[in-house]
Design a protein around this ligand. Sequence first.
Ligand code: GAL
Length: 715
Amino acid sequence: MIYKNILVVFLFALTGSTVAAQQLSWQQVAPGIWKGVAGSPEQYDLLKAAGARPAIAALHKMGEVSFPLDKQDIQATATDGKTYLRFPLRRSEQLFGLGLHFKTVHQRGKILRLHVDHYGGKDNGRTHAPVPFYVSSAGYGVFINSARYITVYAGSAVRKDSKHRPAEKNRNEDKTWSSRPYSDALEVLVPATGTEVYIFAGPTALDAIRRYNLFNGGGALPPRWGLGFTQRVKSLFTAGEVKAEVDSFRLKGYPLDFVGLEPGWQSRAYPGTFEWDSRRYPDPAGFVREMLDKNIRLNLWINPYVSKSASFYKEIAPYTGTHTVWLGEVPDFTIPEARKIFFGQLKKDQVDIGVSGYKIDEVDGYDYYLWPDVARFPGGLTGEQMRQTYGVLAMRYSLDLFRKRNERTYGLVRASNAGANRFPYVIYNDYYNHEDFITALINSGYIGVLWTPEVRASKTSEEWIRRFQTVIFSPMAMINAWSSGTKPWSYKDVAAPIKKLALLRMRMMPYWYSEFAKYHYEGTPVFRGMSLEPGFENSTHASVKNNLEDNPYLEAVSKEVKDQYMAGQYLLVAPLFAGQQSRKVILPKGKWYDFYTGKYVGDGEIISVAPGLDKIPVYVKNGGIIPMMPSMLHAPEKGQQVDLEVRVYGDMPATYRLYDDDGETMDYEKGAFDWRKVTVTKDAKGRLTGSVEEPHNKAVQTYRKITFRFMTAEK
Ligand code: GAL
């Protein structure tokens, strides 16, 4: 007997097994946010990579709420050098988040391995932002703070000790037998000795997201010019060609705020030198100045891989990883010296002469291009940890270049992760399915990142205008013509409506800017999925009826709405895709109005619309207040004043919070901003009138003459 016991202990020791499942102990770290520690977490994690710090005052404003789950149901087990986590799932609960997916919005029932990568066509967790955060329709969020490839079984497996284990069914005779039976747990495998876990309370799912965003410092606040138009020009353009392109925008009357230069601005690319090509750009400082004089900012493409021909190659070489990318060396941005050398070069050569931002390319994947997991970095990270956070590190430290000059930037990046919420970088990729781009836009709102459904070239003018329409209702209005050279007017038959759309984007700038301010200060994502909208009930895909409750995966699939979304507080956007003449739109409960005409369209119902080629269907909630400005070719500059037209939709009294600051500097962090309350009241006769509070902060006053336009009442 004794021998037998010894043998068992011995075997346990050999296999590295096993500690019994343990409850986590929870510590409240901010109102409505708790941290639990499983095992011994690693030194390096996602929050450390991003340098994330909570926006504590804003979290206090959200107020205290109680722990949203049953603590006993959250368990951790340490086995085999890894950490297993288990979280409860209730019956009709749906899950969102867990990465920037392109085909699915609902995640319950899925198995995902969260791995930074370029999107390869399958929602399996390999994506540009595999953020380990999920939010539940039951009104709470969960975040696993690990910089590892973690695997999430989002309610796909049934445990023996399940509290709600479904009854076994006999497939021979029972038609309701399901290949994917009901599961009441979400389980996570973290390939590390421990991890921090954070729980975010609601009460609503949107509140949980807001807490998650605020915990990471709040969402990004772009400069005003970042919300204007951007065109990326052909890769090998010369300074003269860029100037000519910029001039043609102005002459033809299309708005433009920043231009993107692709690899050809550098003397060598793939790997790069990070210095101007003197043949194409003989006088960079003069060129940048000339552009700025025309109100055009420059954004430069880079990938961070250093060529042997780079002037700083020898200096940086000791601080690079064991492996190369396209034979370029990979700087370890966790090491201060590496940062000093690499970003010092960008500063000296580009930012100091007025370059306004970067497009940080190819920090995502794919496996054959990037360093392998067996790579090692001199700062101590493994290939895996670096892969999960390289984009985050590149964003974080490139921002310092602008912050030191008291300037804002708005750039592009191809990899992100948790903690990067406040970085003003928008994710993009090479995949080009329009429908899936919209699904990604919806998913970005659940995980604290920004995504652009960029438009490149199109097969037909119909496709071009349909894509263009969604670009203007997105975080970055970008034409990416690096390869095709397409211009907004290239498709002649739609050139005029395209111009109108581009100018509409500009006219809506006061709305976009206020909504981004709410993302920053209050954590509310600007572009969001319909599940977060109060009163939204989906009855469209009711066709999949069989044992949904038993099979949450099927239920999730059947409930998916991935072709319409919310844009800011009041707008519902329902894009059409090439080939579609009409579509259905699900209106949440409450009255809704046509954005263009103010006409009533419905209340909590499914409508059918056939808007014609020049319109993208957009609807406004009752009481919707949309501040607009005159159409301009560039965003208002710091100190420039514009008139404001406040559009009011529907038939009820309402309020709106209009945000203002200088739009360019970081002074808002020192209090140089203003919120003005817009109020619409209704008198005894049912007439609506509007007023706007005087500015509280005289130093920031972008809006001059303010008029109201009652879109519905005036009809
Ligand atoms: C791709 C990137 C494109 C373009 C191109 C230039 O990786 O996604 O947008 O920048 O590189 O080589």
